[in-house]
Design a protein around this ligand. Structure first.
Ligand code: SER
Length: 850
């Protein structure tokens, strides 16, 4: 273990300077512009930009877990091949939201580095932005001018992503000593490893918007970031992060798994694995799942890249999951949730490894085959096939080409990928907003979004603001018999969203409402006019009575979600749902099929919640407050700043815009009807409640009555068991009837001989019975089954070899076989020759015995 805990020392130091210590935020940020939390400042972005008020105290410190494996800051390709790149790392930081600025940030950093870390001053250098004379001057209070370098935007301007807070920065470098480094790049500002950047102090002054423009932040602020892994390595006197106590334990495990000792020069694969296991474990423990796209796909790429490196080391079966224990051992002390999720994480990794190991050998074969044909650029078609058929992510193929100095034809790959995407159906969308071409913009400009009043009202007096035809073109009227879309000023009809189907109903006396959908925020109802409908009509509208059944199924879905988390664990994340008047469907991440015991517990949880009853409570809250209050939000879903939170006491609390029961009692009954798999790692539960559940019970009763009538019994189970016993004994009788049928045994020189075709019964049993009953015997039976002839012969104390006998017989029947002298079996194909075979078999016996 480390003898100096850098993480603790950092947090303690800044706490002593009045900073509030903040826990690491999730790796998946609440920020649609980022794939992952890639720096310590990400959770504080909106404080920097002034969107939310400054906290008290306005200075904070944290150790933030980060992932740089996608998006603007992507280090994936370098991991394993350099001394300091990681996909997952911990960033120590101190933040000032308009409180202190450059002078104090520099003074704190210098004090920490020289007094707490006690790094020798003659090894330290700093850099500033070429335009930042202020910082240049301030640093000179601490360090000689010759040790301060000025660089341009590339080195000394930091920004979070393409948009967001940014500013010039100043970096502290540690010189690891000329004696160990001799590349041409080993100078301050070069790409070599000698001068190690250990701390970045960002002087946050601007916010970059999507059009690239910089606006000044409300108050100049400070964001600093120090890589825990680098500083730990320096403190331990190691030149590579991977040689430090944060990574060597994994490397040693990998060496054990592959049975080959680790050497730095040839050890890239060991390093890739020990980096990647940390990312994979943390992401899974935080609820990200392996997926075909988005963050889940980055996770898959990281794991598969590690698996391929294991394969290179000769490990040919799942192994990554075995390293999870080490991650928990080393990091579970600070990140306790790792220990809670340990077993589920191991299982998920193992399953994903099994999926990849099933195709890796064939994929590598295809890859190597193509390699022999490759001169400069590796084929984009083959790279796509590797991706599509064998599950090799593009960067894995690129990684395999790396040491051969070859590149993939990425343009072709991208082209094939977009073609495939265009073919793929649109994915499930929680927001429900449909995209279609039509006059929506015009409607939005003229009327804005229309009001949904259907949480309270199921009917209303509404005005038809606008009418669209079936192609979403504006029109003034729909004639009797015509179909189209209607926009009401206020509408009780719920537009399909969040899995809940759209409402149907009627415009009293004028039209049927077939469905309701959302288009670009507009709530539009699909109608079939019975009489002419005109823009401006004041009408009375009514939601179909199905709505209450839909509400019951929707509320039951929430309770089912809670039940799943209770019974299976909190790794469960919703992956889609569908709520209708007579059924519900809920998809969720879980690595394997549910057992009947688990299903029974889940069903009972929901049923108990219904019986106990709990009133619904809805609140409109800020998204952050809602999440902090424990409300379940959909992973990856973009929410508005204000959200609707629906809770049923302690049983369930979710962000949801749907319509629900007032009390869980109203759901009445609930039954799970089916559990199945949707895709790797995603399961589906189908269920019914309320009227549909009663109908199910009613139908089951009717079926049971029919079964009782058929069985002529009021106790069908007992009757079925009795029938099964009877069937078995009849079968046995039949078998015996075949074998014990009167067999003609002729006597040839004291040997009981028999050659016959048996129509039923088991021929081997029949032979055994004759052998048991006679001292000297030779029997050969044939039986026709499925157009083939089965032959068996048994011999006891007689000069016939059963093997030869069946072989000779089988040959006549166009087949073959053989066996031992006392028992042999064979098979024939030509059933038409069976009489010839019988005769020949008898002749054979006579010849041998006479
Ligand atoms: N945001 C800066 C970085 O990531 C400093 O924390 O380097």
């Amino acid at each position: 273990m480390q003898n100096f805990d850098v993480r603790q020392a950092y947090l303690d130091y800044f706490k002593s300077k009045g900073h509030e210590v903040i826990e690491s935020a999730p790796l998946v940020p609440n920020d649609a512009t980022l794939l992952f939390t890639n720096a310590g400042m990400v959770p504080f972005k909106s404080i920097f930009t002034g969107e939310v008020p400054r906290p008290t105290p306005p200075i904070r410190t944290s150790c933030q877990t980060c992932i740089r494996a996608g998006g603007k800051h992507n280090d994936l390709d370098n991991v394993g091949y350099t001394a300091r790149h990681h996909t997952f790392f911990e960033m120590l930081g101190n933040f000032s939201f308009g409180e202190y600025f450059k002078k104090d940030a520099i003074a704190y950093a210098w004090e920490f580095v020289t007094q707490v870390l006690k790094l020798p001053k003659d090894r330290l250098y700093v850099t500033v932005h070429e335009s930042d004379d202020e910082a240049y001057g301030m640093w000179q209070e601490h360090i000689a001018k010759e040790r301060i370098y000025k660089f341009g935007d590339k080195d000394n301007f930091w920004q979070m992503g393409d948009t967001g807070p940014c500013g010039p920065c100043s970096e502290i470098f540690y010189d690891q000593g000329a004696e160990h480094f001799n590349s041409d790049e080993d100078y301050m500002g070069g790409d070599g490893d000698r001068f190690l950047e250990i701390w970045n102090l960002v002087f946050m002054q601007f916010e970059r918007s999507a059009d690239g423009k910089l606006t000044t932040l409300p108050k100049p602020s400070i964001d600093t970031g120090m890589g825990l892994e680098r500083v730990t390595a320096i403190k331990e006197g190691k030149f590579s992060n991977y040689d430090s106590s944060l990574f060597m334990p994994y490397i040693n495990e990998v060496a054990k798994l592959c049975g080959k000792p680790y050497e730095y020069a040839t050890g890239a694969s060991y390093r890739v694995i020990s980096d990647h296991i940390r990312s994979v474990t943390f992401l899974l423990a935080q609820g990200v799942n392996f997926d075909k796209e988005g963050r889940g796909y980055v996770l898959r790429r990281i794991l598969r890249r590690a698996v391929r490196h294991g394969y290179l080391l000769g490990i040919k079966k799942p192994f990554m999951y075995k390293l999870v224990d080490k991650v928990c051992e080393l990091m579970g002390g600070h990140y306790a949730y790792l220990n809670e999720k340990k077993e589920a994480v191991k299982e998920q990794i193992k399953l994903e490894e099994e999926r990849f190991f099933a195709t890796i050998a064939s994929g590598l074969e295809l890859f190597n085959d193509e390699l022999t044909r490759t001169k400069d650029i590796f084929s984009g078609e083959v790279a796509f096939k590797l991706y599509d058929t064998f599950g090799f992510p593009l960067d894995l193929t690129a990684d395999m080409l790396r040491d051969k100095n070859l590149k993939v034809d990425e343009a072709k790959f991208d082209e094939l990928m977009s073609e495939q995407k265009a073919r793929a159906k649109a994915a499930w969308k929680g927001s429900g907003d449909k995209s279609a071409k039509g006059d929506f913009k015009e409607l939005l400009e003229e009327f804005g979004e229309n009001e949904f009043i259907g949480y309270e009202a199921l009917d209303s007096q509404s005005k038809i603001l606008a009418i669209l035809d079936e192609d979403f073109k504006r029109t003034n009227s729909l004639k009797a018999g015509e179909n189209g879309w209607v926009m009401f000023d206020k509408t009780p009809f719920y537009a399909q969203s969040g899995g809940q189907c759209g409402d149907s109903g009627e415009i009293t006396g004028k039209a049927q409402i077939l469905d309701t959908q959302k288009f670009h925020g507009l709530n539009l109802s699909s109608v079939k006019a019975n009489v002419e409908l005109k823009t401006g009509d004041e009408v009375s509208v009514k939601v179909s009575s199905e709505r209450s059944e839909i509400a019951r199924h929707h509320s039951a879905t929430h309770i089912l979600h809670s039940a799943l988390r209770k019974v299976l664990g909190t790794h469960i994340a919703q992956a889609g749902s569908s709520v209708e008047a007579d059924k519900l469907r809920f998809d969720f991440s879980h690595p394997k099929a549910l057992t009947s015991e688990e299903l029974a517990r889940i069903e009972a949880f929901v049923q108990n919640a219904i019986v106990k009853g709990e009133a619904a409570k809805t609140q409109i809250m800020d998204i952050e407050d809602a999440k902090n209050s424990g409300a379940i939000a959909l992973f990856g879903e973009k929410y508005a700043d204000k959200v609707r939170v629906l809770s049923f006491g302690e049983v369930s609390k979710e962000l949801c815009g749907g319509t629900h029961v007032h009390n869980l009692n109203e759901i009445g009954a609930f039954f799970i009807t089916k559990e199945s798999g949707v895709s790797a790692g995603v399961r589906r539960i189908e269920a019914v409640c309320s009227k549909a559940a009663l109908n199910l019970a009613k139908n089951l009763h009717a079926e049971l009555d029919e079964i009782k009538t058929e069985l002529k019994s009021i106790e069908p189970i007992i009757a079925i068991k009795k029938l099964k016993t009877e069937i078995k004994s009849l079968k046995d009788e039949l078998k015996n009837a075949g074998s014990s049928k009167a067999i003609n045994l002729s006597d040839i020189n004291g040997v009981k001989v028999c050659v016959e075709i048996l129509e039923s019964g088991d021929i081997k049993t029949a032979i055994d019975e004759i052998k048991n009953a006679n001292e000297r015997t030779a029997v050969l039976f044939m039986q026709v089954k499925d157009d083939k002839v089965a032959i068996a012969a048994g011999v006891k104390n007689a000069s016939i070899k059963a093997g030869e006998w069946v072989k000779m017989t089988a040959q006549i029947l166009g087949g073959n076989g053989g066996g031992k002298d006392d028992f042999a079996t064979a098979g024939g194909k030509d059933t038409s020759k069976i009489q010839d075979a019988t005769k020949a078999a008898l002749e054979f016996a006579k010849e041998k015995l006479i």
